[in-house]
Design a binder for this molecule. Sequence first.
Ligand SMILES: C[S@@+](CC[C@H](N)C(=O)[O-])C[C@H]1O[C@@H](n2cnc3c(N)ncnc32)[C@H](O)[C@@H]1O
Length: 266
Amino acid sequence: MPCLRKYSNVVRNNAMTLTDEYINQNIWRNWTSYIEALPIKDTDIILDLGCGTGHVSKLLSEHVLKVISMDANAKLLDEAKMINNKSNVEYLKQDLRNISESELPVVDGIWTSFVAAYFPDFSSVLKSWLKFLKPDGWIAVVEINDLFAHFPLNVSTYESFKEFYREERNNNHYDYEMGSKLVKFLQDESLSIIVHESKYDKELSFNGPAEEQISKAWENRFNRLTALQEFFGKEKYSDIKLEFLDCLTKETHTCKAKVTFVVAKK
Ligand SMILES: C[S@@+](CC[C@H](N)C(=O)[O-])C[C@H]1O[C@@H](n2cnc3c(N)ncnc32)[C@H](O)[C@@H]1O
């Protein structure tokens, strides 16, 4: 039964769904260390924007009065409702570009992890979100910067990844360098930065050879990134994928990708 599924049981095989992948990824994020840095109070009502399978919503709900969690993906929300079903978490299907003001209270805090990059025009989206934040409220944003900056890679391979980043950003699909821009976006809205850290992440930001499960997770990521596949073309893509996965297994593997965590106050 899905509702009895434990996070650690989901590491499986090639046939993983996106939902399974998102559930797995939570094993490799040290969410407690993020939550400890938040200025949360047990009376807070907060938003989790782009909550996915609701893992962080559940953790946050243990510290606050209420979490209102939103995502556009109905399948992920169904999973969240089954496995992360705390009574003080409300799940809403919602496009984060157009949150209807009439649906929400003004909140004490906003959490959004690995979501900002979906909005290369983050400035306008952020502005719309901040309308829901109380005058002394906080916002916490987690985002990756330079996802494929794992080495040793051929110089030409890394340059191709950078070219792909540019294409995705110009098409307004995704900004692979959003992590490095968060502070500026938040400061441009006159928010005060109270936390700005790069977080170790077992899957995304680590050095040395990857564990088998981590390599598998990266292989799954390559298998589902159709935009990257189209960018390289089918034949070249399988070489790039092999080169990247091989790089992760090396003793000399180093990583410049960063998971950036920023907390700001109004
Ligand atoms: C990488 S997942 C992150 C999930 C979760 N926050 C976490 O940290 O594990 C990104 C989430 O953002 C959601 N998302 C992306 N664009 C969205 C949009 N325009 N409106 C609502 N949700 C969106 C996706 O459905 C997905 O669940």
